[in-house]
Structure formats: structure tokens, C-alpha cells
Write a protein that binds this ligand. Structure first.
Ligand code: FNR
Length: 409
């Protein structure tokens, strides 16, 4: 008996660093989400994880991927699987772009810099948000990988012009115009918590902080958080993140709700590199976008954080791909939690997927190595899925590979 027991007993080497132990405990993005829920104060986790109103679009974004199933082919010689593709003229090892997420340093002090470094290491574009807590230049200083800059349009057009000039000077390859945020969606988890940026410290926050000492210790030791792209800009005192405001007050006060298709020309006058239009949610608008000669259309409902009841991007991909043809590349943004999700979106006609929460969960759990780990998992998933479906390269991913499940689980 002892001999049998000895032959099967294997102890994993003890991980000394807590972050390494957490990394080892995660087998997928859902595990990272669970670990992030434990590690972050409730208000911070809900800011990342939550969606608008009843969170219908948030749930449907992920559910749509589950409704699509594979039609795997066998005996296809998958000894050499190639997951690479091109997006806006650039070769990428996998068809993934890191989506812009505002206020990333609320998750962990490394924030945008950690994410940008991990993206560069993986050879994937990182999109810096207008609402970032590190500046255009700070991110460029740590990342020689492909960088995109996401633009919300300020009522003060001079500020937008200035940011575009800074992004061009710092070597950003594309701007991402987010067009689904005429006003901010009602994120009711944030409303309930009275969530402000930066967080206001009341009794509830103190208690929440005490229950999450790892996050709190990092937060109080790091420099104060500001909206780094506007901090110090003339006329921006009080709205640069140095005083606590709700995101809704901030956005509704500062961003221009009169933005229309005509404004695309203004952007083209200021920016001569690629333009990505993020937040397109109908075939009609995708057609107009393609006619307006944008480089890529990101089908997106902002991860279910804006209009609740907006369609899941995956459900739009095939129809938009048919309408747009090769006039613009299509990016599917929202609900991606596995590499197999990326394979599904590409099969329907997307060129790439954007991911938001997936990398934020990794960041919350283990900082930069957490983001590395999520990106590696998605790439490995994608390679495995392609092997199991009989696809040697991204060119093999076409609509015949998938079908919508009629009903059932
Ligand atoms: C976002 N998103 C976002 N989009 C944008 O254009 N500008 C921004 O500043 C932000 N900020 C932001 C913060 C947080 C915490 C999240 C989770 C998301 C939306 C983001 O770019 C992307 O569209 C979604 O995250 C995609 O959905 P998944 O991948 O999170 O399901």
C-alpha cells in the first residue's frame, strides 16, 4: 500500500509569492474573475464587472458566444497551426486587441503601464483610454508595442486636438473613436455604492478597504490617481480627477453629445493614421462607417455598460461583414472570455476581437503577470480550438465552422 501511495503522491513546489499562488490557482478567465472579486473592494470590483441597468446586454454578450457551436472537421493535419493575422496592416500573433478601460489604476497601482507592457510583450495593440490614469506619453515610454489611443470628444475641441497631436507625436498607430457614449449609461451597481472617481473615503469605504488589505495597502502607498491626460491642463482644474466626481457627472459635463457623422471629417483633418469607430451596433451604421472610410469598425455595446438592451456584438458580425465586405475591417468587442470565443468571432467574419474585463481580472489578481497569463491563456485556447476544429490558419476560419444552436443549454 505504501509503495502504491508513494508512486502517486506528487506535491507541487511551494510558491513563495502570494501573487504566484493566485496565478497557479486560475485555470481560466472565470477563475480570474472569482479571484478578483475576493481581492478587490466591492465598489471597485463592481465598477469593473458591472453593466448598465438590468445588465441584459452584459449577460447576453457572453451568452451569445455560448449559443454558437462548432462544426469541427477531422483528419485535417493540424501539426502546424498558425493563429496569426493582420489588422490595419500590422501582423499580430493572435487576432486580439486590448480594449480601452478608463481609470485602470483603481484596480492596481501598476494600472495602464502594467497592461501596456504585457500587451507589448505579447505583440498585441494596447488601447489607452481618454479616461486613463496614465498619460499618452507615460504609456509610450514603457511600451514599444503597437499602441492605439481611444478618444472621447470633449466639448472643448481644442483639448481633443491637443490629445491627437500628442498621440501622433508619441507614435500611436490608430485612434479609436468611441461613439456609444453620448451620455453615460446608468450603471446601477455604481449608483448603489455611490462610486466616485477617485473613490471618496467614507465609513463604508474604510470597512471595505479593511476587508481587502492587499488592495488597500497597494492603493495607499501609490501616488494619487488623476485623469492623467488632462491633469494640469489649463481650465481643467477640478475635473482632472483630483477631486471626487461620479463618472456620470464627469462625462455628461465634459463630453460633446452633439457629435455626429459630419465630425468624422474634422478627425480626419487632425489625424492621418488609422481611425477605428468603436460602438457601432447596427448594419445601417456599419454601412455609413464603411462609406466614411474608417479603417476598422468595432462592433461594441461598451461591454454592456451603456445602452442596456443593445445587441451582443457577436450577433451582428455576420450581417455586418456581408454589408461591409472588404471596405473596413471588423472588430468584435464584448463578452470574450476564451480563445474559442475569438475563433467563433473570426469564423463569422470579424478580423479581430477586443477584450476588456478579461485582462482587468488578471490585472486585479496578479498585476502585470496576471495580464500576461490571461493573454497566454487566450492564445493557447485559440491554438487548441483551431487544432480541434481542423483549422491550420486564420484563413480557414469561415462561417462553415460554426452554427447557432437552435435552442437548449
Ligand atoms: C470600459 N470600456 C471603455 N470603453 C471606452 O471606449 N473608453 C473607456 O474609457 C472605457 N472604460 C471602461 C472601463 C471598464 C472598467 C470596462 C470594463 C470597460 C469598454 C471597453 O473598451 C470594452 O468595450 C468592453 O470592456 C468590452 O467588453 P468585455 O471584454 O469587458 O466583455
Amino acid at each position: 500500500m505504501l509503495r502504491t501511495l508513494r508512486s502517486v503522491l506528487r506535491f507541487r513546489p511551494l510558491e513563495v509569492r502570494a501573487a504566484d499562488r493566485r496565478l497557479r490557482a486560475a485555470a481560466n478567465v472565470a477563475d480570474y474573475r472569482n479571484l478578483a472579486r475576493r481581492r478587490l473592494p466591492r465598489g471597485v470590483f463592481d465598477y469593473v464587472d458591472g453593466g448598465a441597468e438590468d445588465e441584459l446586454s452584459l449577460r447576453r454578450n457572453t451568452a451569445a458566444f455560448q449559443r454558437l457551436e462548432f462544426r469541427p472537421r477531422v483528419l485535417c493535419d493540424v501539426s502546424a497551426v498558425d493563429t496569426s493575422t493582420t489588422l490595419l496592416g500590422r501582423r499580430l500573433p493572435v487576432p486580439i486587441v486590448l480594449a480601452p478601460t478608463g481609470f485602470t489604476r483603481i484596480v492596481t497601482p501598476g494600472g495602464e503601464l502594467d497592461v501596456a507592457r504585457a500587451a507589448a510583450r505579447a505583440g498585441l495593440p494596447y488601447t489607452l483610454s481618454t479616461m486613463a490614469t496614465r498619460s499618452i506619453e507615460q504609456v509610450a515610454a514603457v511600451s514599444d508595442g503597437p499602441k492605439w489611443f481611444q478618444v472621447y470628444v470633449w466639448r472643448d475641441r481644442g483639448l481633443a486636438k491637443d490629445m491627437l497631436a500628442r498621440a501622433a507625436a508619441a507614435g500611436y498607430e490608430a485612434i479609436v473613436l468611441t461613439v456609444d457614449t453620448a451620455v453615460l449609461g446608468r450603471r446601477e451597481r455604481d449608483v448603489r455604492h455611490g462610486f466616485t472617481l477617485p473613490p471618496k473615503v467614507g465609513l463604508g469605504t474604510l470597512l471595505d478597504g479593511a476587508l481587502h488589505p492587499g488592495w488597500t495597502w497597494n492603493f495607499v502607498r501609490s501616488e494619487p490617481i488623476t485623469f492623467a491626460n488632462v491633469a494640469g491642463t489649463a481650465g481643467m482644474a477640478g475635473i482632472d480627477g483630483s477631486s471626487a466626481v461620479t463618472l456620470a457627472d464627469y462625462i455628461n459635463g465634459q463630453f460633446d453629445p452633439s457629435l455626429s457623422w459630419r465630425d468624422l471629417d474634422w478627425f480626419r483633418g487632425q489625424w492621418d493614421r488609422h481611425i477605428v469607430l468603436k460602438g457601432v451596433q447596427t448594419v445601417e451604421d456599419a454601412r455609413i462607417a464603411a462609406d466614411s472610410a474608417v479603417g476598422a469598425i468595432a462592433l461594441s455595446n461598451h461591454g454592456g455598460r451603456q445602452l442596456d438592451g443593445a445587441p451582443p456584438p457577436l450577433e451582428l458580425v455576420a450581417e455586418v461583414a456581408a454589408a461591409v465586405g472588404d471596405r473596413a475591417e471588423i472588430i468584435c468587442d464584448g463578452g470574450v472570455r476564451r480563445g474559442s470565443d475569438v475563433v467563433k468571432a473570426i469564423a463569422l467574419g470579424a478580423r479581430a476581437c477586443m477584450i476588456g474585463r478579461a485582462y482587468l481580472y488578471g490585472l486585479a489578481v496578479a498585476g502585470e503577470p496576471g495580464v500576461d497569463s490571461v493573454l497566454e491563456m487566450l492564445a493557447a485556447d485559440m491554438r487548441r480550438t483551431m487544432s480541434l476544429t481542423g483549422c491550420q490558419s486564420v484563413a480557414d476560419l469561415d462561417p462553415r465552422l460554426v452554427r447557432w444552436r437552435p435552442a437548449g443549454p
